[in-house]
Design a protein around this ligand. Structure first.
Ligand SMILES: Nc1ncnc2c1ncn2[C@@H]1O[C@H](COP(=O)(O)OP(=O)(O)O)[C@@H](O)[C@H]1O
Ligand SMILES: [Mg+2]
Length: 457
């Protein structure tokens, strides 16, 4: 139901209005519009931005709207003109264009274009039910754009000196995160925590005003494959925040002499990118080093980490900190104390497993599929395991050139999975047996990189 003329006029009108109204800023432009005007000349407010006046040329219109022949789409309208020489499309009568758009654009479109919402709001006769403020709230801010993130990182990191650091820290723009909260099955607890967070972020000024500053540090605890990483990313997507991800084992093992500095830099990056989510995975790798007789540089790094956590605040720095661990038993009091909410990620129960199976198979064609039956026979499997089971079933069917699965395929894949899981455990006992047993033994599906995390010296 695309309407090329409306797409083009919306763009041309938006560039016109935005160029005139100095009270509007980048966050009043729809992300797909502002990206064509982005320049990374550092300014007062950041590593780049959008400079006025904005010009609608064949090129910019095409990139922003996807309309191949912009001028053809609008040439028969009374209020448009095109300068042959520059290829610029402009409005002979902006007022008429505004009325024209008002007649055709629905609320949904206006809600994604704060510049237009502002124009209608300030106009005496052109009422719209979406306010300027609402549109701004619904529109992704510029600091969540990939270009903004890249420009900030470029500005902040010396290419040679810090290249290694950028390997350790992974930054994702919310638009790049594919799995959303709808694709995940959450426990009641998890849903509640997310609700609280969303509200806390929304009302952070209020919280600060009543002196509540100690919020926004979460620890996700549970076996591998229960969704800790995926939910954190989905949250970034949901909230429109950049996602800064580090694996602590990498930071503490790779560049020993630099470790404390790297920890500090990680937090610096997060503060620069704020508001954002800082996700620290493998949080337990810290605790381990505290207890054992480790290198002095590593101890320093751990202290730096704990101090950095103390110093960062959702209310003041707009950084939401999420730690994740598969080994809560290895965390000491000093580490626990720093988190204000602990969120449990248990292995899914029968009902959750059935829901996960439904989601995973949504796009698949399975004859007589009975997720309840599969859920019944997969006690102990995580969301990640279930995904693997289904992948196995699909591949098996493909070896027989089938794209329609059967319930039997899935049942067979479950059996396969369990067999493989047994093998895996045997391998653990044979190979690194002494270490694993001495470690107290982790869950049966918990074959992670135990013992390989700290191979420095
Ligand atoms: N509760 C769940 N609902 C849906 N999918 C899940 C769930 N838990 C795990 N998964 C899937 O399993 C995979 C691994 O999850 P991940 O977030 O990496 O687990 P963790 O970080 O806890 O080890 C992801 O593809 C994710 O989509
Ligand atoms: Mg993970």
């Amino acid at each position: 139901m695309s309407d090329p003329a409306l797409d083009v006029v919306e763009f041309v009108l938006t560039t016109h209005l935005y160029s005139d109204r100095r009270d509007l800023d980048e966050n009043d432009l729809p992300p797909r519009f502002r990206q064509v005007f982005w320049t990374d000349t550092p300014g007062e407010d950041g590593p780049g931005g959008v400079e006025r006046p904005l010009k609608a040329t064949d090129d910019t219109v095409r990139t922003a709207t996807g309309v191949e022949r912009p001028w053809e789409a609008v040439s028969d309208l009374l209020f448009t003109q095109r300068t042959d020489f520059s290829g610029e499309i402009s409005l002979t009568q902006p007022e008429m264009a505004l009325e024209w758009v008002h007649e055709r654009a629905d609320d949904e479109r206006i809600a994604t274009n704060p510049t237009l919402a502002a124009a209608f709001e300030d106009h005496d006769d052109l009422e719209m039910s979406v306010t300027h403020e609402e549109a701004r709230e619904d529109t992704r801010p510029i600091h969540a754009d990939r270009v903004w993130i890249d420009a900030l990182l470029d500005e902040y990191f010396d290419e040679e000196e810090d290249a290694e650091m950028l390997d350790l820290v992974n930054v994702r723009a919310p638009e790049e995160i594919e799995t959303t909260l709808e694709d995940l099955v959450l426990t009641g607890d998890q849903e509640e925590e997310i609700q609280k967070l969303v509200k806390a972020i929304e009302h952070r000024e209020y919280l600060a005003s009543i002196g509540l500053r100690e919020i926004g540090k979460l620890l996700f605890v549970g076996p591998p494959g229960t969704g800790k990483t995926t939910i954190s990313r989905a949250l970034a997507h949901e909230l429109g925040l950049p996602f800064v991800e580090v694996k602590l084992s990498m930071i503490t093992s790779q560049y020993l002499g630099e470790t404390a500095k790297n920890v500090e830099k990680t937090f610096e990056v997060a503060k620069r990118l704020s508001p954002c989510i800082l996700f620290i995975d493998e949080f337990d790798s810290v605790a381990k080093t505290r207890r054992s007789d480790e290198h002095a540089a590593l101890k320093r790094a751990v202290n730096t980490l704990l101090k950095s956590i103390d110093d960062i605040s959702l209310i003041r720095d707009e950084v939401l900190l999420i730690g994740a661990t598969n080994h809560p038993d290895q965390l000491d009091a000093a580490a626990w104390r720093r988190f204000d909410e602990i969120v449990n990620f248990p292995k899914p129960d029968r009902e959750m497993r059935a829901d996960i199976l439904r989601i995973v198979t949504e796009e698949m064609d399975i004859a007589d599929f009975d997720p309840e039956e599969i859920a019944e026979s997969t006690a102990g499997l995580t969301g990640s395991d279930l995904r693997m089971v289904l992948r196995e079933a699909v591949l098996r069917a493909l070896t027989e050139d089938r794209m329609t699965l059967t319930q039997e395929d899935v049942v067979a894949a479950v059996e396969d999975f369990e067999e493989r899981d047994n093998l895996k455990n045997m391998d653990m006992i044979d190979g690194e047996g002494a270490e694993i047993v001495g470690d107290g033994g982790s869950g049966s599906h918990d074959h992670d990189d135990e013992g390989t995390g700290h191979t420095h010296d």
